[in-house]
Design a protein around this ligand. Structure first.
Ligand SMILES: NC(=O)C1=CN([C@@H]2O[C@H](COP(=O)(O)OP(=O)(O)OC[C@H]3O[C@@H](n4cnc5c(N)ncnc54)[C@H](O)[C@@H]3O)[C@@H](O)[C@H]2O)[C@H](O)CC1
Ligand SMILES: [K+]
Length: 525
């Protein structure tokens, strides 16, 4: 499914209205009715509507407040109020603006609401008895939001949040930036957000995702032709998108008539003295993700102690002068060992040493296969970027995937972590386009961005996966998928989705998220 910005939604909307000729008021009617459906569903969960509808004596009507702004989001709210009233709800409309400031379709809906006698008032701080109401519809601000909610709307939002009533937000919770997920102070804290036609980026990206609660996407009658009129390049990374865009489903199919050579050979360059677990997790994840063979390169002094720990993987010792660390090895030799493999993963648990950026450069240009750079390899690359040295590295032969967490991403981009977190999608996209690499920006709602400009926002995973080794597992999985022949964008997207799904499965088997460890994710694959 597409994931859109406010501007993209506006263009799609305009195409449906202006080019195709669907009246705006029809879309608004569908939008308001869809929200009323969700309110009814929520209220039915609370038990009252069903009983009231069944005419059970003594059961009072459900009571909902509709908070309306002056734009089309407010108009959607007024339609919703009308439908709720028709379904037996007691409703009251509270305008956050002077009633006569509504324009266009919203003004029309205001007049309809007046003619059918729906109770309406203009907000004045402190005048609402919130205890009287079962729930609240937030129709204050939608995709036309500019900046933080202004007074008196801001006070109304604070009162609504403080009321403890369930809030159903129309399209987006008022106060979020629909393009980035940034939240203003104040911002509606919804339990359900009904996204109209398509989900907006800010509903998936944190902290907007927290403010949105459960996101329900409802069609409002915008034809597919209008959706396709705008070249949207951002997608929700979920089961449906993988199936629709690429025909991919998990578990990945395997041919009956196949052998280990069919599924490729992953070369893992990871782990060193004191950090050998990173390499183990990475290699094990690669095996569990389905490639035919895994070779694990380690500083040769470690070969003895690591032998037998992961019998399915081969160990390749790289001459290290007896140090057990990568600083004693030659990047050229590592690259030579990688030759003939279908994918190479470099980074987890490497450590850092003087001159390591030059070591990485040998792999950058010496490895022909697709390459995954993670962890310390990213810090080496960041150093090369900031010193200007990276400019001379030139393009690689195979595709490159970088898998930074926000800290590594900030170093790669030469900005602060909050700057990355403010617009994760934008940051990932810019890095991908600038360096011609595929970017996997990790964190809650991992972003996958390709150098062609396409991007995905992941929906799987949980806070239990914020644990040491989780990233090593992901790097190994992506390497494994590359080795199996998936192009970089697919390998990254499938890897990210699957890693999160495995984490969710692993979490379901534990009583607390905090007790999840990276090895559980590997086992859940
Ligand atoms: N997706 C669709 O095809 C449809 C969406 N609909 C709904 O329309 C809104 C977008 O409506 P729009 O009129 O463009 O903007 P808003 O309603 O979000 O509000 C704009 C309104 O509010 C004022 N304003 C802006 N920022 C602030 C602020 N920070 N504080 C106070 N006031 C602010 C501004 O002056 C504007 O007048 C979309 O989200 C859907 O809900 C259609 O109804 C159906 C088709
Ligand atoms: K809203």
């Amino acid at each position: 499914m597409y994931l859109v910005t406010a501007a993209e939604m506006r263009k799609i909307d305009r195409c449906a209205i202006d080019a195709i000729g669907i009246p705006a008021i029809a879309l608004m009617e569908n939008a308001g009715r869809a929200v009323a459906d969700e309110v009814e569903r929520l209220q039915a969960g609370a038990g009252k509507t069903a009983q009231a509808h069944a005419g059970i004596p003594g059961v009072r009507q459900p009571r909902w407040l509709v908070l309306a702004g002056k734009g089309n989001n407010g108009g959607d709210g007024l339609v919703c109020a009308r439908h709720l009233a028709d379904r037996g709800f007691e409703v009251r409309i509270v305008y956050a603006v002077p009633r006569d400031s509504l324009t266009g379709e919203a003004a029309l809906q205001r007049d309809i609401a007046s003619r059918i006698g729906l109770p309406q008032e203009e907000y004045s701080p402190g005048s609402i008895d919130w205890t009287r109401w079962d729930g609240v519809v937030d129709a204050l601000l939608g995709t036309g939001t500019a900046g933080a909610p202004r007074e008196p709307m801001a006070s109304l939002i604070r009162e609504a949040n403080g009321s403890g009533r369930p809030i159903v937000a129309i399209d987006v919770p008022s106060g979020i930036d629909s393009d980035t997920g940034e939240t203003a102070e104040p911002c509606i804290r919804a339990c359900v957000t009904v996204a109209l036609a398509l989900p907006k980026v800010g509903l998936l990206a944190y902290p907007g995702a927290d403010a949105a609660g459960e996101v329900v996407v409802r069609p409002i009658g915008i034809p597919e032709a209008a959706m396709k009129s705008e070249k949207v390049r951002t997608f929700v990374l979920d089961k449906a998108s993988l199936a629709v865009r690429w025909g991919i489903a998990l578990p990945l199919a395997r041919k009956a008539n196949s052998h280990k050579g069919t599924y490729g050979h992953t070369f893992v360059v990871a782990g060193s003295r004191g950090m050998s677990g990173a390499g183990l997790l990475c290699a094990k994840a690669a095996l569990r993700a389905g490639c035919g063979l895994v070779s694990r390169a380690v500083p040769s002094a470690l070969v003895g102690s690591l032998t037998g720990h992961l019998p399915e993987a081969m160990l390749v010792g790289v001459a290290d002068g007896g140090l057990g660390e990568w600083r004693g090895t030659s990047g050229k030799e590592v690259a030579a060992n990688a030759s003939g493999k279908q994918a190479v993963v470099v980074g987890p648990g490497l450590g850092r040493w003087a001159g390591d950026a030059l070591w990485l450069r040998e792999l950058w240009s010496g490895v022909a296969a697709p390459l995954v750079l993670d962890a310390d390899a990213l810090n080496m690359a960041a150093e090369a970027v900031s010193s200007g040295e990276f400019a001379s590295w030139g393009p690689r032969q195979g595709e490159t995937i970088v898998t930074p967490h926000p800290g590594e991403m900030a170093r790669l981009c030469g900005v602060s972590v909050p700057e990355i977190e403010r617009d994760r999608l934008g940051a990932a996209r810019r890095l991908a386009e600038r360096y011609g690499v595929h970017v996997v920006l990790k964190g809650a709602r991992t972003v996958v961005a390709s150098p062609r400009g396409d991007a995905w926002v992941n929906t799987t995973g949980n806070a239990g996966m914020a644990t040491g080794g989780s990233g090593d597992v992901l790097a190994g999985m992506i390497g494994s998928l590359l080795a199996q022949g998936f192009a970089a964008e697919k390998a990254a997207a499938i890897g990210v989705y699957w890693h999160g799904a495995a984490g969710d499965l692993a979490a379901a088997n534990r009583s607390s998220l905090g007790s999840l460890v990276a090895g559980d994710i590997v086992e859940a694959l």
